[in-house]
Design a protein around this ligand. Structure first.
Ligand SMILES: CC(C)(COP(=O)(O)OP(=O)(O)OC[C@H]1O[C@@H](n2cnc3c(N)ncnc32)[C@H](O)[C@@H]1OP(=O)(O)O)[C@@H](O)C(=O)NCCC(=O)NCCS
Length: 177
């Protein structure tokens, strides 16, 4: 059972009962603007929270003071495992933006990855239009390593054509933390 603390936060494994807090932000279209998929209803959030409780791929970020879950982090080792590279991703509840919670949680997870899991490199991907996301990555001292042009699509046009989007790749090495 993972339980990691920072000054204001606890980052821990998901619990099925997190579905309510999860629904508070996964039901908002603006939160998913740069993510694959669409908004989730209550039933879908119950099933997501239950599924995520089974492993540590997604971690719940909670306020220490109130136990409120305010967002989550995806932190997963990439293949081949011998390259010791992890990927980080994050989604937070807009009611808690602008207070440095995402920075604090991700910074703590990077430290956990490098110091406890033995990571050598951590990468993150984001849409260049998602300014809040790449600003967060830069606050974490991650380096912009490149831009992949029209690499992915999460949406299609009315006649089924892909809406291609570019991707920034950011990374940080253990010695850069
Ligand atoms: C990406 C995302 C997590 C960033 O959220 P955020 O609120 O900007 O990030 P933080 O919680 O770290 O807060 C940083 C802001 O709080 C301010 N802040 C206040 N107190 C702070 C503190 N103690 N420490 C750091 N920053 C602090 C910073 O100045 C910054 O404000 P600014 O953007 O006006 O400069 C959020 O926009 C999100 O969840 N988006 C939807 C999902 C998404 O797109 N995910 C990424 C897909 S690639």
């Amino acid at each position: 059972m993972i339980l990691i603390e920072s000054k204001r936060l606890v980052v821990r494994q998901f619990k099925p009962e997190d579905w309510r807090d999860l629904h508070e932000y996964l039901s908002q279209e603006s939160v998913l603007e740069y993510e694959p998929g669409t908004v989730s209803n209550e039933e879908e959030c119950k099933s997501i929270a239950k599924e995520r409780s089974k492993d540590n791929l997604f971690l719940a970020v909670c306020l220490k003071d109130t136990n409120k879950m305010i967002g989550h982090i995806y932190f997963s080792q990439k293949e081949p495992r011998e390259f010791l590279t992890w990927m980080i991703g994050y989604i937070f509840n807009p009611s808690y933006y602008g207070q440095g919670y995402a920075t604090e949680a991700c910074r703590r997870i990077l430290k956990y990855g490098f110091e406890e899991l033995g990571a050598h490199r951590v990468i993150a991907l984001c849409n260049p239009e998602n300014i809040a996301s790449w600003r967060l990555l830069e606050r974490l001292s991650m380096r912009r390593e490149g831009i992949f042009m029209k690499e992915v699509f999460f949406k299609t046009t009315g006649n089924g054509q892909p809406v291609w989007q570019d991707t920034y790749q950011y990374a940080i090495l253990k010695e850069e933390l």
